[in-house]
Each structure stands twice: as C-alpha cells, then as structure tokens.
Design a protein around this ligand. Sequence first.
Ligand code: GTP
Ligand code: MG
Length: 338
Amino acid sequence: MIDLVVGGFYGDEGKGKVASYLALNDAPAFSLRTGGINAGHTVVFEEKKYPLRTIPSAFVNRKSKLAIPPGALIKLDVLFKEMDETGSKNRVIIDGHAAVITEEEVNEEKSNKFLSGEVGSTVQGVGSAESKRILRRLKLAKDYPEISGFIKDVPLELTKALAKGKGVLVEGTQGHLLSLYHGAYPYVTSRNATSSGVLSEVGVGPKYVGNVILVFKSFITRVGAGPLEGELSPTDADKMGMVEYGTVTGRRRRVADFDAELAKDVASINSATQIAITKLDIRFKNVNGIKRYEKLPSEAKRWIEKIEKEVGIPVTLIGTGEDVYDIIDLRDEKISGR
Ligand code: GTP
Ligand code: MG
C-alpha cells in the first residue's frame, strides 16, 4: 500500500517531520521524496537537525530503501552531501529518468528577472530544468556516469514490492496552493504538488494508494510573492509566535491564520483520507512535546475538533514539537481496519 504525504497550503507544513515519524512507526519497504531541491524538509532526530533537499525524510528508518523517482529533480552536489550527512548511500536508488539540475539552470533562473523578482522563486534551477526536460534538452540521471551505481527502474521496483503487500511511503514537496495547476498562476511553482501530481512523479498508478495524508500547519505560511488571504503583519505574526524562515532561502515566511474553508476545498481536491496538523505547540504554547490526545488542554482539543468538523476529514496526526517523536498518533482510534 502507498501512503502519500502531501502539503495542504503553500508548503513548509512539516511534511518532513510527518514522513520521518511514519517511516519509523510503519517501517515502509520503500520511501520516496518527490519534487526538487527548491523545497527544504527539516527533520529533527536524536538531537540533530537535518535540512534535506533530496534525500527522503524517512532516512531515519535505516531499514527503509530510499528511492528518487523519475519525476524528481536532483543536483549531484546536493545528493552526495545529503547521502553523507544521513549515512544513507548504501540504500539509495535513483530512477534513470530523474532530472539533473546543473549550475547552468541555477544561473538561468538567477538572471531571469521575472522569476527571481516578480514571482519570488527560490531560484534553485528547478523550473528551468523542468522546462528543458519538457523540450527534451536536459540530461537525466541515466546520463551521469558518477551515479550509474544507483540507477534502478524505480516504478518497477515499487510495483514489485507493492504486489507482495509491502509498504511505500511517498513524501510530497511544497503544497497544494503552490501547484502549477491549482495555485494563483504565475505565483506558483513549476510542478503539481497535489496528491495526483506527486503520484505521477512517482510513476505508478493509483491502484495501490491506501492513504492520502494531507498536512496542514496550525497557521499558514508562504514564501515568495502572490496572494495570501488574511495575511498578518509581521508585528502581529511576531505577537502570535508565528515566525519562520525558509529552509532553502533563509527568507522570512509570510503568515496568515488557519483557514478551515480553504482547507476543506484542498482536502476535497486531494482526496485526503487523513489530516495531519503540525505546530500545535506554536498556537498553544502549553502543548509542547505532548504525545497523548487526552493530555492536551481543552482549548487545544476544541480547536482540533472544530477543524476536523469543518474540514470533514479525521485529524489523525498532531505535531507538538520539532522532534520526530513530538507527535500524537490517533490512527488506531480513528481509522478502522488498521
Ligand atoms: P516543503 O516541501 O518545503 O513544503 O517542506 P515541509 O513541509 O517538509 O516543511 P519544512 O520542514 O520546510 O518546515 C516545517 C518546519 O516546522 C521545520 O522547521 C520543522 O522542523 C518544523 N516542525 C514540523 N512539525 C512541527 C511541530 O509540530 N512543532 C514545531 N514546533 N515544529 C515543527
Ligand atoms: Mg520546506
């Protein structure tokens, strides 16, 4: 069965943390990360912080094989650095059709005034590489001898494992509202970050999808330009403790309050089966590190229950801190047949 972890707002909802917890708890045979190096996932595990742009956050489970799917975009220096930092070199496989970004694409984006200025792109070369891939002008993973030892047909490996009943965890990048097809174009990213988009990057059909876990943060953040309904002033965001800086760019993220109506539409389009809410500890300071729902103060419970009711999908995972294990897991209670 495939579990898809996707972002519900503008990215940075904490998919990395949710995926790393699921990897440790559910022990999937394969874990994948889709998308490119413009998205940063942060994993805090055993007192160490790992900012990741290529390696799946699931690396924390040393038994899970890590796969880079055909739809992903990698950069070789980032790949090698992260394999070293995570000690995962011996269990990474890369599909030959994954796109490879070089300095050329990064420089193209840096000098593209519309992208770097108006759109506020992270200028990591992802859009430029993606456009060249579509024009059949890009070199892919199979064309680089230095990674030939990692190349495997990822969709085929996955379908073989799935047919045997093994688990596959897919970590999406960015979020629904940044999607090329669904966001406020042109203030979007160069790919479709929804559950269906992510699955197409993995390259297998929908038959094996078991869960679509849609991740929301307890408030909304956005990097880059474009509309942000209900945007808070930096001073108000400060007062509420909702201050964040981008993993890749270091830029301060723009902030708005949680929007349940918006969340409901996004859940519907993504066919979400479960919702994860991260950073409850930023909204309610007294929930830090809590791992059992009963221990939450009643105001925090009320807030979660209200969202669950308004969105209409069970809230199964609740983040209460940065660490992988700072999480409340309600799946056994809320999902029948587990
Ligand atoms: P993108 O693919 O770029 O969208 O990233 P992402 O969804 O993986 O999120 P990212 O790691 O960029 O940002 C989330 C931040 O919140 C990270 O710094 C995490 O360590 C942190 N985080 C995640 N969950 C929680 C939580 O429940 N509480 C707290 N305090 N921090 C959290
Ligand atoms: Mg991020």
